[in-house]
Design a protein. Structure first.
Length: 343
């Protein structure tokens, strides 16, 4: 889903999270992707949807923090995304695959096939597939897309691309997945429900929310037990602030959280393993605010017998030292949205 617009600047990737809006912009003409601006702006509105005043405040921040131009690349909000995996006739049959995918996705979500914009891509053939094309589709209704675009454009910010978050993540993490020849995962640990994106041969084949592993709920519970505010609890969990007498509680919270997350991932991993029985677990990449949890990568690796690493935006592209503080794990989605597209 995109609306091509000519512009002298690369678009600003804007990721609207539950608590912060993250923005990244790349320099034009660099051989290797080079970040020229990055920032995180704390939200003031309802996490369920961005508001006009928030967009106005965002524009003011962008203007004062080195961003150029007014063109944006946004992700469709997760709650507005219609997705599905469809089993269709083989491409060799001459069947109109894209039209069939649109009709099937509409049937799955009980809506008019002409009521949404859709992106679709073929999936690697499962081991048991025969004379079948598997396609993943993702769509956003025209009404939801127009509402989002209007909110930004009313404040003088023009949306150049409206994308799918999982594709933005895969694009950003592409440099790390280049040698992957099996099953890879990207776990975006946001404040509410972490999102697991699974890739086979670097193609997004599956994504699922993990509602039982809500990072914010764990932080809030620990903050209540220790009598501290949420930012302080997060700093303690990430090892950035001394825990003092609460060290045992913090360590227990970390371990329980890792165990819960590993358990919740077993169902989607089992499903994918059945579909792609020849897939070997390659690696799991952790991004998002919760990725900063001290020791999480090691605990997940031990629980799942899978290589796990935390990824920051600075791992993926050239990041000038003054921007390093804003090029951590929380801005990876925004970097994927802003990633320079091939001509």
């Amino acid at each position: 889903m995109s609306w091509p617009i000519q512009t002298s600047c690369l678009p600003i990737g804007v990721d609207v999270g539950e608590r912060f809006i993250k923005a990244v912009q790349f320099a034009r003409g660099s051989r290797r992707p080079r970040i020229c601006a990055a920032a995180s702006v704390e939200r003031s509105g309802d996490a369920a949807g961005i508001t006009g005043p928030e967009v106005r405040r965002l524009r003011q921040h962008l203007g004062s923090m080195g961003f150029r131009g007014h063109s944006l690349a946004l992700a469709v909000p997760g709650e507005k995304l219609l997705t599905g995996i469809m089993e269709l006739p083989p491409a060799s049959s001459g069947a109109p695959i894209e039209m069939l995918a649109r009709s099937e996705l509409a049937r799955m979500h009980k809506c008019d096939p002409q009521s949404f914009e859709m992106a679709s891509w073929p999936l690697p053939a499962p081991a048991r597939a025969a004379n079948t094309t598997f396609v993943m589709g993702a769509a956003c209704t025209h009404a939801d897309a127009d509402s989002l675009l209007d909110c930004f454009e009313a404040e003088g910010l023009r949306v150049e691309r409206l994308e799918i978050q999982s594709q933005a993540l895969a694009r950003a993490c592409g440099p790390l997945l280049h040698s992957a020849r099996g099953l890879a995962g990207i776990l975006d640990i946001g404040w509410t429900a972490p999102r697991l994106v699974l890739l086979y041969d670097r193609v997004v084949i599956y994504e699922r929310k993990l509602p039982k592993s809500a990072y914010g709920a764990m932080v809030g519970e620990l903050a209540g037990e220790l009598g501290v505010d949420l930012p302080q609890a997060e700093r303690m969990l990430s090892g950035q602030s001394p825990a003092g007498q609460g060290e045992q509680k913090i360590d227990a919270a970390r371990r329980q959280y890792a165990a819960q997350m590993a358990e919740e991932m077993r169902i989607p991993l089992s499903y994918v393993s059945n579909q792609y029985s020849d897939a070997a677990a390659d690696q799991l990449l952790l991004v998002g605010g919760g990725a900063r949890l001290d020791g999480l990568a090691g605990q997940l690796a031990e629980a799942m017998d899978w290589p796990v690493r935390v990824v920051s935006t600075a791992d993926l592209a050239e990041c000038p030292a003054p921007l390093s503080g804003d090029c951590g794990s929380t801005t990876v989605v925004a970097a994927g949205l802003a990633w320079p597209m091939e001509d």
